[in-house]
Design a binder for this molecule. Structure first.
Ligand code: CU
Length: 63
């Protein structure tokens, strides 16, 4: 499990080495306010080739 504090207006960076492909759920772990229940996200661990394709889609290229 990885936890970090997020503050409004502050950009956090997190780096880790994943050892298994897949999708992993994430959520806010502090009852922070009215939108707390909507603070969900997914971390996708993909192959380098899949990641490269994803980056191309961000540039507006074909994937
Ligand atoms: Cu929250």
């Amino acid at each position: 499990m990885i936890q970090m504090q997020n503050l409004p207006g502050v950009t956090n960076h997190l780096e880790f080495t994943a050892n298994k492909l897949g999708e992993y759920p994430g959520r806010c772990n502090i009852l922070c306010g009215r939108a707390h229940s909507q603070m969900l996200f997914t971390v996708k661990v993909v192959t380098p080739a899949e990641y490269k394709l994803y980056l191309e889609t961000l540039k507006g290229g074909q994937a």
